[in-house]
Design a protein around this ligand. Structure first.
Ligand code: C5P
Length: 292
């Protein structure tokens, strides 16, 4: 018997950093939106231990992989038999899309389902928060406000004004290290100490249905260090605006740029123009924002 689950990704419509904390993390407010692009995780029983395989040979398959960390966290709380886990990877890594965090959360959900729910939802949230700031978000996979270091998740109702919006994702052929991006913030005092309240402003505006104004409120503090180091990402945003995007922003710590479009036709016109402008070594995806 085996169980296969989809493991999604996200963009940050807003990532407003408020300051550095004594524990080294950064206090922030973020608006996370799930994206309907998926990896696949399969679970089956093993006599003991965690046996992990991955379709992407460039990713570590040892204890440093978040899937293995999540499975070890699960079996530390519940001493059942072992599990064989296979990850079929489609979402790029080091992309600011939370693919690895999604894999960790899906591992917790998958093992708990596979073994007949030995752990409570609260236990899963606790394990998730210890694995990474974005992991608790992926346990529920709905639009959410993230506070603290991102792990304090409040689920938001879907925003009807986004129902016809398409999102285009463009990841260059390099990734960005998240710890590096956060460390660099020390050199950008304005970005390091964002004005609190941007998240509620965006959420209220999305609720009001004023999509153009909401798109003007998209914000990411990490753009300050990352765009300075990788100017191509700024060029991506200019390209999308020239191609009639409603808004464009870097997701998470990069390197993915996303752009929102009024419908599929506008999104596909921009996608069709990418190879001419930027060659064919980039990862591109275009999906309805509210598909999951
Ligand atoms: O929590 P996660 O493992 O995703 O964080 C990766 C790194 O990003 C952390 O080690 C830390 O350097 C940085 N980070 C941070 N503040 C946050 C989230 C992440 O400084 N709120």
């Amino acid at each position: 018997m085996s169980l296969t689950l989809r493991s999604g990704c996200k963009v940050n419509l807003l990532l407003n950093i408020l300051g550095k904390r004594p524990d080294g993390f950064h206090e922030l407010e973020t608006v996370l939106h799930p994206i309907g692009l998926h990896d696949e995780l399969s679970f089956s029983a093993a006599d003991r231990g965690v046996q992990f395989t991955c379709s992407d040979p460039t990713l570590p398959a040892d204890g440093s992989n978040l899937v293995v960390k999540a499975a070890n966290g699960f079996f530390a709380r519940w001493s059942g038999p072992g599990a064989r886990i296979h990850l079929h990877k489609r979402i790029p890594a080091a992309a600011g899309l939370g693919g690895g965090s999604g894999n960790a959360a899906t591992t917790l959900l998958g093992l708990n389902k596979f073994f007949g729910r030995p752990l409570t939802d609260l236990a899963l949230v606790e394990i998730a928060a210890g694995l990474g700031s974005d992991v608790p978000f992926f346990l529920q996979g709905k639009p959410a406000l993230g506070l603290g270091r991102g792990e304090q998740v409040t689920v938001l109702d879907p925003f009807p004004c986004l129902s016809k919006v398409w999102i285009v994702l463009l990841r260059p052929n390099f990734g960005v290290s998240t710890p590096w991006a956060y460390q660099e913030l020390a050199r950008y005092p304005v970005a390091l100490k964002g004005r609190p309240g941007r998240a509620s402003e965006l959420i209220e505006t999305l609720r009001s249905g004023d999509l153009p104004r909401a798109c003007s409120l998209l914000y990411n503090s990490l753009e300050a260090p990352v765009l300075a180091r990788y100017p191509l990402l700024e060029v991506f945003q200019e390209f999308f605006r020239r191609h009639h995007a409603l808004g464009s922003l870097m997701s998470g710590s990069g390197s993915t740029t996303f752009a929102l479009f009024d419908g599929e036709a506008a999104a596909q016109r921009a996608v069709a123009a990418i190879p001419t402008e930027f060659g064919d070594t980039n990862w591109i995806a275009a999906v309805p924002l509210m598909a999951s």
